[in-house]
Write a protein that binds this ligand. Structure first.
Ligand code: 6A9
Length: 781
């Protein structure tokens, strides 16, 4: 039979999937589980966007016309430029309920989302959206109009045709707006009901592109204005439209309920009954009930009432809501760089990864609405406590993205919508670069949860089956780090892929570490030893060891994560490699000089547009030595709880943390000590300091967690740890809460001088860990 077989072309290794059964094929992710998560607000990059967890979904979205500085703007995609004074899910359970408030220059929109599965509905059930529009009279100028304009659309990624069901859209008499058919859900209908008098217009489009739908609407409106001097859609659709936009015009204030009913082809579909139960008073009641359930669940899981004041509680709820409401579903192919260098066209050559699905939370709905590997491990610290099934589903999706070498791409830019937001040079992912394996943080926590009987019968079984299947992948992940990121000395590691020929960077970055511009050895080399990576390896080995024990795999010959964990947690060994006795602190090691600066230089180049350039000026020969920056990296052994509680080094670490001329501020701990030569230094002309001073919440959470641990361990420094813990915790809570109240957002970082939120916002990723800080939930590691 060999004769007829055509040899398969061999894929480059980097894009060859890991050869093991997919985690997502496990029975626990099929059936009822899968159906229950079919629809959701899975388009987090939009102010309101709904889709299903399937590659070619029926999608819905909301646009509206907002007014800023006297000019009209169409809102759709979350953008900093829109300058909304707040938006985000105040409550959201990640499954079938959400409540969001958006404030757009005097216009206040509330969007609520509800799912329901009842007799007769199609796969995934039905969903309803309530949109409420009000104005704040003190900010709204009557000249802008007495009414609001919403645009609600449906788009079928599968290209199926959508029908407008009545030409004159008289919703007083007939709530049906549109209908269509879809493989997963059968026939469906879209209905609209409102207690207020609304005017409706519509327009249909045929397009294969879904990342620029607001352009279609804008063009249609512009041409209508030219032709008829009226701001209304053309009221036309032909029988090939796969996008339908409904313009809803109402006088302030107004409310509208929009419902998607699926499976209307079934004989028992009871359409009218279902529409009624998902609109009007029934919807109000159902929303109220879900809201209460959300509040109760928060209280039950996090016990906030016992821990913080009521203002903090509502911010804590918004943190949970916004992280869960930010969960998205993406589908597409990552681009994988084939080399580090640019080709003659100044592009990076790349190949495409296999088409893949990713269900994940996102760090920021406006600025980076996509999956980031190490962010996700932190997100799961919160999500598993809320809903273990959602959490395992997310972790499973990520682990299924692993290639045959045990590598997982760091930043997931899947599909055109995601691609359209990222500058080309940042798209290709480098298969030589890692990113901290933070999923082990969550897995460790989950395993502790198992040991403490926090899960019931069925969940316990599913978690074990999950770990059983994930095991080979986790092992490959560990091995990928252990082989490709190892250093010269035994059990030393460094982040590979730093640029060692750059002439522009003050200190070559290590994006793979997640800490981007946090200063490392001035001259990247194979002699480097990175403290943070070594500690991540300990976490990974330790977690692998726990899983081995749990699954009875400990006795396999040649494998023993226990001994690796012992080696990596050996305090003397750690001290030999990373402890600077003179300074009394832990450091990276490498080829380093402190005497590096950026200097303006006249360049001999044809690029006449930039004759003067800021370049790196090295004033002294680097030597192999400790890299003397106090900051997050130097606290990794503390975070990993490696330091024995009786050791004088622990006292020293507590001093570094609590000293306000180093890391301590009233708002949380700085990323880099004030005394560091790189403190708040730009890395290039265009690269302001990022992890060189500002306060980041993921690292503060880890440090706080270790302080909490040492405050419980008997030892001479227990009280000191306790005192610092208490103060740091209240500083972090107070500042994040204050910022949320004043600015309406959670932020990417907080400035170390006044505590002011900085960078991307809303940043509803790891900043939402504030709720775990409020609850004092820290897990084992
Ligand atoms: C590049 C810009 C319109 C940087 O939160 C995600 C990551 C973290 O994983 C990382 O630790 N952030 C942190 O240092 C944001 C990275 C954003 C890259 C976007 C393209 C285009 O924006």
């Amino acid at each position: 039979h060999l004769v007829n077989s055509v040899p398969e072309p061999r894929l480059p290794r980097a894009i060859t999937p890991f050869p093991a059964p997919k985690i997502m094929d496990l029975p626990q992710f099929q059936g009822e589980h899968k159906e229950s998560l079919y629809w959701g607000t899975y388009r987090p990059h939009l102010y309101l966007g709904i889709r299903a967890r399937t590659p070619q979904s029926l999608m819905a979205g909301l646009m509206w016309i907002g007014v800023k500085d006297g000019r009209y703007h169409l809102r759709h995609v979350c953008r900093h430029e829109d300058d909304l004074s707040t938006y985000g899910w105040k409550k959201h359970n990640g499954r079938d309920y959400g409540h969001q408030v958006l404030v757009d220059h005097g216009m206040i929109l509330t969007t609520e989302f509800l799912k329901s599965k009842s007799d007769g509905s199609g796969y995934g059930g039905d969903w309803a959206v309530r949109i409420d529009v009000q104005i704040d009279k003190s900010k709204w100028n009557e000249e802008f109009g007495k009414g609001g304009q919403l645009f609600f659309y449906l788009a079928d990624e599968g290209g199926n045709v959508l029908d407008v069901t009545q030409e004159n859209l008289n919703i007083r008499e007939n709530s049906l707006l549109a209908s269509g058919s879809q493989t997963d859900i059968g026939d469906w209908q879209l209905h609209l009901k409102s207690p207020d008098d609304l005017k409706l217009h519509y327009s249909g489009f045929r397009t294969p592109h879904y990342h620029n739908l607001s352009d279609l609407v804008e063009e249609n409106l512009a041409s209508q204005i030219r032709k008829h001097a009226q701001l209304q859609l053309s009221d036309s659709s032909d029988d090939s439209s796969n996008v339908l936009v409904f313009q809803i015009i109402g006088g302030f204030p107004f409310t509208t309920d929009i419902v998607l009913i699926s499976g209307t082809d079934s004989v028992s579909s009871r359409v009218e009954e279902r529409v009624n139960s998902l609109t009007g008073t029934s919807l109000s009641n159902e929303l109220k009930y879900k809201e209460q359930a959300f509040d109760e669940k928060i209280e039950k899981i996090f016990n906030l009432a016992e821990k913080v004041d009521s203002e903090s509680i509502s911010v804590g709820k918004a943190a949970v809501g916004s992280l869960l409401g930010g969960i998205g579903y993406f589908y597409g192919q990552s681009k994988i760089a084939l080399s580090r260098t640019l080709n003659f066209r100044k592009h990076v050559d790349y190949v495409s990864y296999w088409p893949a699905e990713l269900y994940t939370a996102v760090p920021s709905r406006s600025f980076f609405p996509r999956g980031f590997l190490w962010d996700e491990g932190f997100h799961q610290l919160l999500i598993w406590r809320w809903d273990i099934h959602i959490s395992l589903d997310i972790i499973g999706h990520w682990l299924d993205l692993m290639n045959i070498d045990g590598w997982i791409p760091r930043e997931q830019i899947l599909g055109n919508e995601a691609l359209s937001r990222v500058p080309e040079e940042f798209v290709p992912q480098h298969p030589t670069n890692g990113n901290p394996p933070t999923m082990f943080l969550a897995l460790n926590d989950i395993i502790t949860g198992l040991k403490n009987n926090e899960f019931t019968g069925k969940d316990r079984g599913e978690i074990s089956m999950f770990l059983e299947r994930a095991y080979v992948r986790l092992e490959a992940w560990f091995q990928w780090f252990n082989t490709t990121q190892s250093g010269k000395q035994m059990s030393s590691y460094y982040w590979h892929g730093r640029d060692n020929i750059t002439m522009r960077e003050l200190n070559p970055k290590s994006l793979s570490s997640g800490l981007d511009d946090y200063p490392r050895a001035s001259h990247p080399s194979t002699d480097e030893r990175h403290l943070d990576l070594r500690c991540w390896m300990l976490l990974a080995a330790d977690c692998m060891h726990s899983i081995e024990k749990l699954l009875d795999k400990e006795t396999r010959p040649g494998k023993n994560y226990g001994s690796t964990a012992n080696l990596l947690s050996d305090h003397d060994l750690l001290n030999q490699m990373h402890f600077d006795n003179a300074y009394g602190a832990y450091f990276d090691f490498g080829n380093h000089t402190e005497k590096v600066q950026l200097k303006w230089k006249e360049m001999e180049t044809e690029q006449s547009y930039a004759p003067r350039q800021l370049v790196r000026d090295v004033l002294e020969r680097p030597v192999l030595r400790f890299v003397p920056h106090i900051g997050y990296v130097s606290l990794f052994p503390f975070m990993g709880r490696i330091i024995p509680s009786g050791s004088w080094i622990l006292e020293k670490q507590l001093e570094l943390i609590s000293n306000n001329s180093l890391l301590w501020t009233d708002y949380g701990l700085r990323s880099l000590a004030k005394t560091s030569s790189m403190y708040m230094k730009r890395n290039t002309e265009h690269d302001p300091p990022y992890w060189r001073g500002p306060i980041w919440i993921n690292m503060n959470y880890r440090i706080l967690s270790a302080l909490h641990h040492y405050s419980k361990e008997n030892g001479p420094y227990q009280d000191k740890a306790k005192a610092i813990y208490t103060e740091l915790r209240s500083n972090l809570i107070r500042n994040i809460v204050r910022n949320y109240q004043q600015t309406g957002f959670f932020w990417e970082q907080y400035d170390q001088i006044k505590g002011k939120g900085k960078g991307a916002h809303p940043f509803t990723g790891w900043t939402s860990l504030v709720v775990l800080i409020m609850a004092e939930s820290y897990g084992t590691i």
